[in-house]
Design a protein around this ligand. Sequence first.
Ligand SMILES: *[C@@H]1O[C@H](CO)[C@@H](O)[C@H](O)[C@H]1NC(C)=O
Ligand SMILES: *[C@@H]1O[C@H](CO)[C@@H](O)[C@H](O)[C@H]1NC(C)=O
Ligand SMILES: *[C@@H]1O[C@H](CO)[C@@H](O)[C@H](O)[C@H]1NC(C)=O
Length: 423
Amino acid sequence: MAGAQLRRVAAVALLACSMALGPPAATAKGMSAGIAHNITSFLSGHPEYKQYNRYLTETRVCDEINARAGVTVLVLGDGAMSALVSDAGADLGAIKNALRLHSLLDYWDVKKLKALPTGADTLTDTFYQASGGAATSATGSVKMAKLEGGGFGFASAASTGDGYDATFTKALKQTQYDFAVLEVSAPIEFDGLFDGPSAANLTKLLEKAGCKRFASLIASTGVLKDYQAAMAGEAGLTLFAAKDDAFMAKGAPDVDAMPRADLVALLRYHALPGYNPRPSLKLVKASARPFRTLASTAGGRFNVSVVARGDDVSLDTGLRKSRVAETVLDDTPVCVLTVDRLLMPVELFAGAPAEAPSPTPAPAPSPAADAPLSSPPGPPPADAPSEAADDHVHKDVKKSPATVAALSSVGALACSAVLASLL
Ligand SMILES: *[C@@H]1O[C@H](CO)[C@@H](O)[C@H](O)[C@H]1NC(C)=O
Ligand SMILES: *[C@@H]1O[C@H](CO)[C@@H](O)[C@H](O)[C@H]1NC(C)=O
Ligand SMILES: *[C@@H]1O[C@H](CO)[C@@H](O)[C@H](O)[C@H]1NC(C)=O
């Protein structure tokens, strides 16, 4: 174990240094194929970026960074970060826009910056661009340049001024082609960066997204009020709204025939009490525990499982899966997504035949009211028997990011030593 660890430390140190020493190691790209970095655990080893790290976590931008190979994060020390938070009016959605603008969709290390052409700006895309939040491509890009007096300047491509908002201060992490963390002196901003979507009218939003039936049901049952309460709370809300087609689909429950209490539970089941945008859902591990919904009981009934496979995200109710389709709204801490099929909690529809793995839809379920009577000997809720096993995997999985982080910081240290001796 100790020997293997030593070898890994040596490998990481070697890898981290290879960029300073010359041509890339052939393995650098291969290593970034999985999720090779974790910005949260990396920054937690650097207390001077505590605020930055905190907001990366609260806005879940950390998940977007961690899911991508070939990313450069321009971080701000606590002083500069407080200036950004104050410019953003301490609004989490506005801060999220800014953090996305500071996350470049390419790998930039000191060596690459030194190779920038002199006397001209170079543009690079950011997550702000990729999120579709940017109105024009200029607002989603950052321009970089070598400064006359030495050093490197950064500004929004949309800023009209001559100067640069921020200058490069130091490199904290440079894992070639995968992940770079560079400190800059000040926030990069432009007029309009902090404008979020206006206070959302959920009903209107859902109607426009093809979820009219869902919108009318949440209004008539009063569940809309539960959603709104969660939206106004600190934790936020993730809503999975069923498209109009979903109510007509084969196997869909007849919501008009459902007892009111069941319908309320069904609709509450379509929302999570927390902010889980699509990029975060994509990172949910197979070993993760089911999520609480607004219908969940203290005992964990009406929980739902998130199943992520590559770009695909589905929700597994224990009876069947529904694919998460589009993002209708992502305004931290609220996000509204659509689902292709109604989520049918096993607690309400246990009488319905569980779905075969084939794509053929299950026959129409019996009405909820007589579900307990007609219960077939179908499979038990999937999570119950595997709980102990899950626990086990969960702990094992949890161990690895810390190990990776520890190894990475050793790599970074070795790397800065080499860098220091070269510069
Ligand atoms: C990254 O590290 C943090 C803190 O160490 C941890 O909570 C989080 O689960 C890690 N993320 C991934 C994707 O492993
Ligand atoms: C929200 O939109 C719906 C449908 O367009 C409308 O009937 C309702 O009055 C709006 N609510 C508010 C508070 O503006
Ligand atoms: C329900 O979800 C919560 C939150 O993830 C979890 O702590 C709990 O173990 C889950 N319960 C069951 C029975 O799945």
